[in-house]
Design a protein around this ligand. Structure first.
Ligand code: ASP
Length: 438
């Protein structure tokens, strides 16, 4: 009998949809049943989901470190590195600016929040979180103690220190070679750990989805439908429109193949709401599935996951227009331009973890004089939007990596166009393998 193998992405997708259905059913019919809430939602789903997220996060700091050292050393010389880094940085900023401009334009045309009934939203009050001032974001780029930065997982500081360290490995020439080789081997080991974690991912994704949807009923969206709808539409427009046009024009590659191969990373981003936690999967997809050279991937993907937040900027753009409408405040062109500038800068300081986009929104609101308490109105639907925007954030990181790789001639088009490249198939452990036919 021929052995039917299902690839891991399909399996994860199926489990994700099952989780969504199970969660929504629990929310609709069993939200009051103590047994289900205590043992299933806050018990099993919570433990399995949280363990899975921990497993992903566990990979991030070592993987980013080794992969950045490999990336920088692989690129080989400081001039090329500077060129690649600047290209990536400018493209990250450009896509974020395009994203928020599109968001504000669509939101101004559609006008979400006009005639909004405050009672319907029924939100708790919002105490403004302490959003870091922009100057502090810049100062904090440089770690006073790299070990503390590693221990607390401060990605911007880790990236800053690791890139500097790797550049110096390059600068000491021959003596640094063994360090670069060592980092390469350690990176291979970490990629293998990623593969192992990917095999338990379907269960983890199921648990995350089931828990989120059993707590967050879809009904919550109704009073906020105009806001939610505009954010969702612009997210889709940006992901399938702006980014794909750039990919086609600047990268000269097929957007369809790109999107198909990015599915796994998008699912991970969606179910974890964290670009950081998704880094291992994004790295894998961009290198193995899209065929981008290892050094380019290793350098740009972690950089993007930390500073590039197109989806988050879209939410912030629509939220600004929405809150301005609800409170009857006219921001005017200059107000919107300020929002665009702020959101682009804020994206650098937004950590790729769940919910931070909302905190950085407080910073944007402060700058243009919108009431920060207004954020309370959109908090209820933010969990779901966070999932969606994180998928867009990650897609943006991969798109820019691909574009830069193409410009630098660092992508294997053979791998890119091969549908099976880098696809993971289920591993059948020896004792599970079908017995040979007699
Ligand atoms: N969750 C987002 C991310 O990790 C950040 C945010 O918008 O809150 O990319």
């Amino acid at each position: 009998m021929p052995q039917q193998k299902m690839n891991v992405t399909t399996k994860i997708l199926i489990w994700m949809i099952c989780g969504l259905i199970v969660g929504s059913l629990i929310n609709a019919f069993a939200s009051e049943v103590a047994f289900i809430q205590n043992y299933l939602v806050n018990g099993l789903f919570h433990v399995v989901g949280a363990t899975f997220i921990s497993a992903l996060k566990m990979l991030v700091v070592p993987l980013v470190t080794f992969s950045l050292i490999c990336g920088v050393c692989g690129i080989g010389d400081v001039n090329t590195l500077g060129r690649v880094g600047i290209k990536a940085f400018l493209l990250f900023m450009l896509t974020t600016a395009l994203a928020i401009t599109l968001a504000i334009t669509v939101a101004v045309v559609v006008g979400p929040g006009e005639g909004f009934d405050m009672q319907l939203a029924g939100q708790a009050e919002f105490t403004a979180p302490a959003a870091p001032p922009l100057t502090q974001v810049l100062i904090d780029l440089v770690p006073t103690n790299p070990i503390a930065a590693y221990a607390s997982g401060n990605m911007l500081q880790i990236i800053f220190f690791t890139i500097l360290f790797a550049i110096c490995v390059l600068m000491i020439g021959e003596k640094g070679r063994s360090i670069a080789q060592g980092a390469e081997k350690l990176n291979d080991v970490m990629m293998e750990v990623v593969n192992v974690v990917m095999h338990v991912a379907p269960i983890g994704v199921f648990a995350l989805m089931a828990k989120t949807f059993s707590l967050q009923g879809l009904g919550l969206i109704l009073p906020m439908i105009s806001y939610f709808g505009v954010v969702a539409v612009v997210l889709v427009l940006h992901m399938t429109g702006t980014l794909m046009i750039l990919l086609k024009l600047l990268g000269r590659v097929s957007p369809l193949i790109f999107l198909k191969k990015m599915r796994t990373a998008q699912i991970f981003a969606f179910s974890t709401s964290s670009s950081n936690a998704t880094i291992p999967v994004t790295l894998r997809s961009v290198e193995k599935r899209l065929g981008v050279d290892k050094s380019t991937t290793s350098f740009i993907v972690p950089f993007g996951a930390t500073i590039n937040m197109d989806g988050t900027a879209i939410m912030q753009g629509v939220a600004t227009v929405f809150i301005a409408n609800v409170y009857g405040i006219d921001l005017g062109i200059s107000g919107y331009l300020t929002v665009i500038g702020m959101a682009v800068l804020a994206s650098i300081g937004t950590a790729g973890v769940p919910g931070v986009g909302l905190i950085m929104l407080a910073m944007v609101f402060n700058q243009v004089g919108l009431p920060v308490e207004g954020i309370a109105l959109i908090m209820g639907v933010d969990r779901l939007l966070d999932m969606m925007r994180t998928a867009v954030n990650v897609t943006g990181d991969a798109a820019i990596t691909t574009i830069v790789a193409r410009a630098e001639n660092k992508i294997s088009m053979e791998t890119f166009t091969d549908p099976a490249a880098g696809q993971m198939e289920e591993v059948h452990l020896p004792h599970e393998a079908p017995l040979p036919e007699k």
